[in-house]
Design a protein around this ligand. Structure first.
Ligand SMILES: [Zn+2]
Length: 355
């Protein structure tokens, strides 16, 4: 008979299969996923969930979650894509609901009006940092999240990273779908172009948090994202522009900063749903699961806030060229997998620190 540990690991790997089957048919995710699975010796999603559950075992801790991809900056700095912010909101809700964590979401300053709309679609009232902390202390009378700007300028970002970590002392920093700097500090699009200027430089937050011993988790779907530096070699050797970009820096798209755990998914939002699923499984609480109804609400809010499909460029509910129905189906399948896993695993015996 399988032990509970084996049941959890198997469920984690089956959840990973759902989010790494290469539905977009770009051939990079299976490659990155294999590298991640090998590096961690099992499911990256389950590992990230376990580390988060441990980091938030004391209630009331702060989590910083970074997202936002300004991807048509030559047209307008307010344009961002539908992948990332909905997932960031899903993680914020799961950690808040499951661990009474105080979520602080960090985005590029020009994106904040749109991002508040997306965050609130997850059920969390978007406030400034101070109000969010007051909200958390009000013991659930209102569920809140801080929504703050993080700088795109290098010096400002470096300074802000230290200030924020000092001020809020988070138990974890999570980065989902953010362009990451390469060794020369240049951030690239998938097509190997320089997109450094408008992107918030969250690499500094990852690096400073790691230096302070704070848990860092990254989610990415293409290999040019912040926090995926553990796979830099795989990216350099196998992905187009990994080694040689199309910008004058010449150093390729492989990111320099490595989060403690990096989750790979066909679509970064799905990585967030999978992470919430693993948290639900570890806690034995199905209420922590992300739901297709809430995914629809998030994507409809994203469209209403003017977010565009990062590939197709339409304002709408599709993500990375895949229709909303595909995202809803993936969320449903994750939920089924988790519930099947929960039927046989007893989280209290597997992870006594969560009991
Ligand atoms: Zn370059």
């Amino acid at each position: 008979m399988a032990t509970e540990r084996e049941i959890l690991e198997r469920a984690g790997e089956r959840i990973d299969q759902l989010i790494t089957s290469d539905l977009p048919d770009k051939r990079r995710v299976p490659l990155l996923y294999r590298a991640a699975n090998e590096l961690y010796g099992g499911s990256p999603t389950l590992l990230a969930a376990e580390k988060l559950a441990h980091a938030f075992s004391e209630p009331g801790r702060t989590v910083m979650i970074c997202s936002g991809w300004p991807n048509r900056p030559m047209v307008d700095p307010n344009i961002a894509e539908t992948d990332g912010p909905p997932g960031a909101s899903v993680i914020a809700r799961a950690l808040h609901q499951g661990f009474r964590a105080a979520p602080l979401l960090l985005f590029e300053e020009p994106l904040l009006p749109s991002m508040r709309i997306v965050v609130e679609a997850a059920g969390l009232r978007a406030l400034d940092g101070e109000a969010a902390l007051r909200g958390i202390k009000s013991l659930g009378s209102v569920h809140v999240a801080g929504v703050l700007g993080f700088p795109s300028g290098v010096m400002e970002a470096k300074a802000r990273a230290s200030e924020l970590l000092e001020e809020y002392r988070p138990a974890a920093v999570v980065v989902i779908e953010k362009g990451g700097m390469n060794a020369k500090g240049v951030i690239h699009s998938l097509r190997g172009e320089d997109i450094t200027a408008p992107m918030a430089k969250v690499d500094f937050l990852i690096e400073e948090a790691s230096a302070r011993g704070i848990l860092t988790v990254a989610i990415g779907d293409a290999g040019n994202e912040a926090g995926l530096g553990a796979f830099a070699e795989v990216i350099r050797e196998n992905l187009p522009f990994g080694k040689q970009c199309r910008c004058p820096c010449g150093a390729g798209t492989a990111p320099r900063s490595a989060a403690e755990v990096a989750i790979i998914a066909d679509v970064s939002n799905w990585g967030a749903a999978a992470l919430a699923g693993c948290l639900a499984m570890l806690r034995g609480e199905s209420s922590l699961l992300h739901t297709p109804a809430r995914e629809r609400r998030l994507l409809e809010a994203a469209a209403a806030a003017g977010l565009v499909d990062g590939i197709e460029g339409w304002v709408g509910t599709s993500v990375d060229g895949l229709p909303m129905e595909t995202s809803l189906a993936i969320v449903e399948l994750i939920s089924t997998t988790v519930q099947q896993g929960m039927k046989s695993a007893d989280p209290k015996r597997v992870a006594p620190h969560l009991a």
